[in-house]
Design a protein around this ligand. Structure first.
Ligand SMILES: Cc1ncc(COP(=O)(O)O)c(C=O)c1O
Length: 314
């Protein structure tokens, strides 16, 4: 069926595509779930819609009430919420670190979000603190708070997980980056219930290093939705490897994806090196469009790495 009443009906049902050319072993197949195919461009469209649906169901949000949704986000959740808020008639205020890349601000603004900036050096933790202050000061603001909202993992439990098992019933490993942890928690719980032998692999950057959208839980904030029991293994991927694998995704598989996708693929390949045969599903959270100004595909990798320490591209 390719006819829909609303753009929101396009959320989910993203394709799984083989990126076996990146596997070190022909008996290890790697399948990429292309979340960049969602209408707002990332996996976060799923949680944006589910968070708003549940808040409306609980009476926390009421259409036409003049309420303003508030969210700390370095980009994708803000963009997903901006899309849903526009179609449901809410205003949206997004708190984001002042040093995010230009594409992120532009996208939020063209979707109609109001942008509040937080100190760049404080990263996403600073954006969370600023949003909490704003919410405490103004009753009109409704913070859905992806880091603590059960609707975040629920969107992946109800959508992403079943889609993965439907499209790859032979799955042995699911691999994804860890940000809010919603993807890993939701898909992890679904697979533990329906395919308990499948392993759940989380990819984190090292403490103190930035890979867009991802966090190391030792950096000072553990999302309330996080449950360590859902993970079987964690692997560390550095920013430089993330850029390298983002490039290889494009040059060897024709997949144009964001930098945290490169990180997730790097984690999947590390796992592939250690096993004789497997089917690995790796989730690519977004496309490459928002990262063009980082020079990730075009500039010298040392220059890209250095630039990323000043400007928050990922
Ligand atoms: C680009 C990108 N990759 C990965 C993630 C991590 O996904 P999750 O928040 O479900 O852990 C995010 C989340 O913010 C993201 O924006």
């Amino acid at each position: 069926m390719t006819r829909y009443d609303s753009v929101l009906d396009l959320i989910g049902n993203t394709p799984l595509v083989g990126i076996h050319a990146l596997s070190p072993n022909p008996d290890v197949k790697i399948w990429a779930k292309l979340e960049g195919q969602n209408p707002g461009g990332s996996a976060k469209d799923r949680i944006a819609k589910t968070m708003v649906d549940l808040a409306e169901g609980d009476g926390v949000l009421t259409r036409g009430s003049g309420q303003i949704i508030l969210e700390p986000s370095s980009g994708n959740t803000g963009i997903g919420l901006a899309l849903v808020a526009k179609l449901r008639g809410y205003r949206l205020r997004v708190v984001l670190p002042e040093n995010v890349s230009i594409e992120r601000r532009q996208l939020l603004e063209i979707f109609g979000a109001e942008v509040v900036l937080s100190p760049g050096e404080e990263g996403s933790n600073g954006a969370i603190r600023r949003a909490e202050q704003l919410a405490a000061e103004d009753e009109e603001l409704v913070m859905l708070f992806q880091y603590g909202n059960p609707a975040n993992p629920l969107a992946h439990y109800l959508g992403t997980g079943p889609e993965i098992l439907r499209d790859c019933p032979e799955i042995d490993v699911f691999c994804a980056g860890l940000g809010t942890s919603g993807t890993l928690m939701g898909v992890g719980r679904y697979l533990k219930e329906h395919k308990p032998e499948a392993k759940i692999l989380a990819v984190e950057p090292p403490v103190g290093e930035l890979v867009q959208g991802l966090r190391n839980l030792d950096d000072g904030f553990v999302p309330p939705i996080f449950d360590a029991a859902m993970l079987d293994r964690k692997t560390i991927v550095r920013p430089r490897e993330s850029i390298e694998w983002t490039r290889r995704l494009l040059s060897e598989c024709g997949v144009f994806a964001g930098i945290s996708s490169g990180a997730a693929v790097a984690g999947a390949v590390k796992y592939a090196q250690r096993v004789d045969a497997a089917n690995i599903v790796v989730l690519l959270p977004d496309g490459g469009w928002k990262y063009l100004s980082s020079g990730a595909w075009t500039d010298d990798i040392d220059v890209v790495e250095e630039r990323a320490t000043r400007i928050n591209y990922w």
